[in-house]
Design a protein around this ligand. Sequence first.
Ligand SMILES: [Zn+2]
Ligand SMILES: [Zn+2]
Length: 113
Amino acid sequence: MKVRMPLCKEKEMKKWQKKYKLKMKAEGKYNRGNRAAQSARYRQVRRIAVHAQRIAGYARKKGILVKPEVCSICGIKTNTIHAHHADYMKPLDVTWVCQFCHNWLHTIGGDAK
Ligand SMILES: [Zn+2]
Ligand SMILES: [Zn+2]
């Protein structure tokens, strides 16, 4: 059985669809702009991060920074200790953490990098 929508409903649907499409289009544009801005921000953060990591790496070579064998958060002994920067503007201010705690710092841990 073919069900036909009442004419008035059909018109309403078409109107709604048009509105919906326009809305999606507008939002798509908004998202694209937002994504571009986000990736620009991300690139900037990455640049600073790489810079901080380079300085930290140099400091380690010079013996200014000494990489410990244990995570400073959970205390686990591992050979994959990461240098975590709470603030990239302070490249020598690193927190030595294990991979797990590092992930945690970057997710639930807040705005740290
Ligand atoms: Zn840890
Ligand atoms: Zn980190």
